[in-house]
Write a protein that binds this ligand. Structure first.
Ligand code: PRX
Length: 634
């Protein structure tokens, strides 16, 4: 079977991808990517299947796939429509203009001695220059590491030191919800302990001045002016890294997920085209910040490689009012909106009246990503936002998977929340039990049985953690373990129900329970702390922290503020606990293990069924926790 037709029915393409993956991927790679040199092997697997190399021997350049190849036919087409936090701040860039900007910035990076394989940190607001910096790195074969502009200086410092970046691209300030965010100041704090950084390029995004460090900091607008707009794209190996992106795990520090160039680009281009069925002249709006994987794959690389017009929005959904998204959709005639349930739940909570002044007539398709979407939110999205005419695609994937893995497909979709989710081409999902053995039960831990092109290469600097975290042991075939629970419905299609580990999904962002605990116990008053998730009406999951203070300290207002601020400065505002539950000690087994199962039950208000407490050193602590009142939040 041979076909490159995008309109081919999902089922026959899927069957082809499973039965004859080599020819399937060879055909897709030829269709979706412009190569500089062909491959010798489509796929080479290592013995235990944890490393798969795709399109071995081939060369390409990701930035030229996103820009240069569109110039002849689509040079004047709008590539990016940017809308600032302030509704009066707007800017658009055609493919020609973006190409020139990227070439110029590539030359700037070159002049700063950035070469192929070097790491560049991008710590920016959600603005066009962020996309330019990412594409310029890709043009040189340098590896970008984009850090969310809301992360604290400590979080930034740890990430820069892990990757040993040479250069940071940043801005004087960001803007969110009408407030200016002192990005440069936060970065300056971080850089005091980042010896690898040689230069900082600063975008002047707001009127405010910045404290420029002589010899280190340079203004973007000043270095861009004389830069040449000619920069030949570097020929990069298929399996050379394109970027590192940090995500939280259930234990230890965040993981630097390393992605390839060719396989990653193919996965996000193909899924962008097939899942969202992008049509020429449509406007696609993925509301994610460029600093998250959704921003990398479906704001930038997937859409631009397909020559799409995207919306890039700097601000929040509720500023100046909760009508903002709907105004943006009408203003730019957005055809596809791809957003997260937590945003929708926030907007549901603000009331339907905010929809009144917009029609959202241009919408054809709606997408959801980042966390399970509940039926109530789905109904509102379908009936109110989409006027009952737009299908909703619930897409499941992860930073590690590079692009969409499971989704409803337009050709098979039904108008029901969570129904008929299909695996993407080449994706073979299954369920295992807690001992990692394939199970016939309807519920279990999700595994992906075969490698796919968008799969992460490894964890940067930590191959062992990569092997330990993501794969079943080789006896079971080295299946990839995403760390999610899933169940089959009556039609035998999968539904993702939540995390299987101690990672919390808070407003669509993964936060490691141990990261928050580590921040809390840095406070001199904290003897011990344990963090679990609990159902939160807007964020999906909230952060519930059990804290034991050293005797001489009081759990008063001052202590609450100190602890919350500590988490904010150690990680970010997103990681601040919603509930602090004071306790004299944590419930522990005789071997000293904190019984999280019990803590989860209590935070979920499941007091009647806390389970067996006989192995605890001090079982009475459970009763005390059940009966004690939380002192903050809840
Ligand atoms: O638990 C799953 C949840 O988000 C996790 C991945 O988070 P991250 O790497 O930050 O990437 C988020 C954007 C792709 C998954 O392991 N998740 C993501 N999408 C869904 C979801 N859970 C349920 N339904 C989804 N559609």
């Amino acid at each position: 079977m041979k076909s490159s037709s995008i309109n081919e029915k999902y089922h026959s393409l899927y069957r082809w991808s499973i039965q004859d993956p080599i020819n399937f991927w060879s055909e897709q790679a030829g269709h979706f990517i412009k190569w500089m040199r062909p491959w010798t092997d489509v796929l080479k697997k290592d013995d235990n299947k944890t490393h798969a190399k795709w399109f071995v021997g081939a060369k390409l350049n990701v930035s030229s796939n996103c820009l240069d190849r569109h110039l002849i036919k689509k040079g004047d087409k709008t590539a990016i429509i940017w809308e600032g936090d302030d509704p009066n701040d707007r800017k658009q860039m055609t493919y020609n203009e973006l190409y020139i900007e990227v070439c110029k910035f590539s030359n700037v990076l070159k002049s700063l001695n950035v070469n192929k394989g070097d790491r560049v940190c991008i710590y920016m607001p959600n603005i066009i220059e962020t996309a330019v910096a990412m594409l310029a790195c890709a043009r040189l074969g340098a590896i970008h590491s984009v850090i969310f502009g809301g992360f604290s200086s400590n979080a930034l410092k740890d990430r820069i030191n892990d990757t040993q970046c040479k250069v940071v691209v940043s801005a004087n300030e960001g803007k969110r919800g009408g407030k200016n965010i002192p990005i440069k100041g936060i970065m300056d704090d971080a850089l005091q302990e980042c010896p690898s950084i040689e230069k900082v390029v600063v975008v002047k995004h707001t009127e405010s001045d910045a404290n420029m460090h002589t010899g280190r900091d340079i203004w973007y607008h000043e270095v861009m002016k004389p830069a040449s707009d000619m920069c030949a794209p570097e020929a990069v190996d298929s399996n050379d890294p394109l970027f590192i992106l940090y995500t939280s795990g259930s234990t230890g520090k965040p993981k630097g997920i390393l992605h390839s160039s060719a396989g990653y680009l193919l996965h996000c281009s193909l899924t962008f085209k097939h899942v969202f069925d992008y049509k020429e002249d449509e406007v696609f709006w993925c509301t994610a910040d460029l600093a998250w994987i959704t921003g990398h794959s479906y704001v930038l690389y997937g859409p631009l490689s397909m020559g799409a017009t995207i919306v890039l929005y700097e601000g929040v959904p509720t500023y100046p009012t909760a009508s903002r998204y709907w105004e943006v959709i009408d203003r730019y005639k957005v055809n596809t909106l791809y957003t997260a349930p937590t945003i929708l739940r926030t907007l549901v909570g603000m009331g339907d009246s905010y929809l009144n002044d917009s029609t959202r007539e241009s919408l054809r398709l709606l997408g959801s990503v980042g966390e399970p979407i509940d039926a109530e939110t789905w109904d509102w999205y379908f009936s109110k936002v989409g006027n009952q005419k737009c299908p909703i695609l619930d897409t499941w994937w992860q930073t590690e998977t590079g692009g969409i893995m499971l989704s409803q497909m337009l050709q098979t979709i039904t108008k029901k929340c969570g129904d008929n989710v299909k695996p993407m081409f080449g994706i073979v999902p299954d369920l295992v039990d807690d001992s990692e053995v394939l199970t016939n039960e309807d519920t279990g831990n999700l595994v992906i049985k075969e490698p796919w092109p968008g799969q992460m290469l490894t964890i940067y600097n930590d191959e062992k953690r990569f092997q330990d975290t993501y794969f079943t042991n080789s006896k079971n075939g080295g299946f990839y373990i995403p760390g999610d629970r899933a169940s089959y419905n009556e039609k035998r299609t999968l539904r993702i129900t939540g995390r299987a580990d101690d990672t919390l999904n808070v407003a669509g962002h993964l936060i490691g329970a141990t990261e928050v605990e580590a921040a809390l116990i840095k406070h001199e008053a904290v003897a011990e702390a344990a963090v679990v998730g609990y159902p939160h009406p807007v964020k999906g999951q909230g952060i519930y922290a059990y804290v034991a203070l050293i005797n001489k300290y009081q759990p008063d207002e001052k202590m609450i503020n100190e602890l919350l601020n500590l988490v904010k400065t150690e990680i970010s505002g997103i990681a601040k606990p919603d509930v602090l539950h004071w306790t004299p000690e944590l419930p522990k087994t005789r071997s000293g293990k904190v019984m999280r199962r019990i803590l989860r039950k209590i935070s979920n208000n499941e007091f009647d069924d806390v389970g067996d407490t006989s192995t605890l050193v001090n079982p009475s602590i459970v009763e005390l926790l059940v009966n004690s009142r939380t002192q903050y939040g809840g």
